[in-house]
Design a protein around this ligand. Structure first.
Ligand code: NDP
Length: 253
């Protein structure tokens, strides 16, 4: 367990699912963690339940909100040492049925949102002795995901951004890595099950079974499994891990 006492972390989409599990793990290691999202109540509930979590309403698709949100967080808790760009949406649609608005919605959250988040984080990370940037991509960032080309494109883009940053800031005091989960049991999977069922005509249980079967261990993963990897990436023991994408998927790819 790393000692993150006194470090300020920010986790986008930290009010639920994987982001909340990561935020709780970082707070458990002593960090003060700003958690962001659009749903004020979800953030407040999370902060009330776990000491060390601090809610901040911030839509990652809104440039002014991200600039202002980071300024507020830094003013309250100092420069960011750990930034976890986790906020994302997952919706599927075949390309020939996709309008530009749908494409832009996915890219605006999953890729533009990561760009805006990391840009503001890097401005403040100059002032910390050691920084950690972690982006939550997906196995859809290393292979295609059937029925979800826009999502796959956005998650491939996240890995490209992380690799590019690790080159740009090579030799510096910040590491940049992506985590690529397979199916994790969160609201996204529940929503996707309903959406796949509606799109393909298969029952919801069958859609869920498809996701379970994709994992060679025949299970949906738990958020704690992703949080454990994020925590390790924040440890000084992993300081030489840079520009990588760590797949956690039960051998899905
Ligand atoms: P959740 O739906 O629980 O988490 C998504 C989070 O992103 C929410 O907290 C949501 O908060 C936030 N979010 C979405 N859009 C915005 C926005 N415009 N601005 C700010 N915050 C936003 O699902 P997961 O925990 O599963 O997803 C977390 C990440 O993990 C995503 O990037 C997802 O693509 C990725 N992932 C998930 C997998 C899975 O199987 N669960 C597999 C691979 C990757 P709010 O609604 O309050 O804005």
């Amino acid at each position: 367990m790393p000692d993150l006492s006194g470090q300020h972390a920010i986790v986008t989409g930290g009010g639920s699912g994987i982001g909340l599990a990561i935020a709780q793990a970082l707070a458990g290691a002593g960090a003060e963690v700003t958690i962001t999202g659009r749903r004020k109540q979800a953030l407040q509930d999370a902060a009330d339940a776990t000491p060390g979590l601090h809610p901040l309403v911030m839509d990652v698709t809104d440039e002014a909100a991200v600039v202002d949100g980071f300024a507020q967080a830094v003013a309250a808790r100092g420069p960011i040492a750990i930034c976890v760009a986790n906020a994302g949406i997952a919706e599927g649609r075949s390309l020939h049925k996709m309008d530009l608005a749908f494409w832009r919605k996915i890219l605006a959250t999953n890729l533009d949102g990561v760009f805006l988040t990391l840009r503001e984080a890097l401005k403040t990370m100059r002032d910390v002795p050691a920084g950690r940037v972690i982006a939550i991509s997906s196995i859809a960032g290393v292979r295609g995901l059937r029925g979800a080309p826009a999502y796959s494109a956005s998650k491939h883009g996240v890995i490209g951004l992380i690799r590019g940053l690790s080159e740009d800031y090579m030799g510096g005091h910040i590491t940049f890595n992506a985590i690529c989960p397979g199916y994790v049991d969160t609201d996204i999977v529940t929503r996707n099950t309903a959406e796949i069922s509606e799109r393909t005509g298969m029952g919801e249980d069958e859609a869920r079974q498809t996701m379970i079967r994709a994992n060679r261990h025949k299970r949906l993963m738990e958020v704690s499994e992703i949080a454990a990897a994020a925590l390790w990436l924040c440890d000084s023991a992993s300081k030489s891990v840079n520009g990588q994408c760590i797949e956690i998927s039960g051998g899905q790819t």
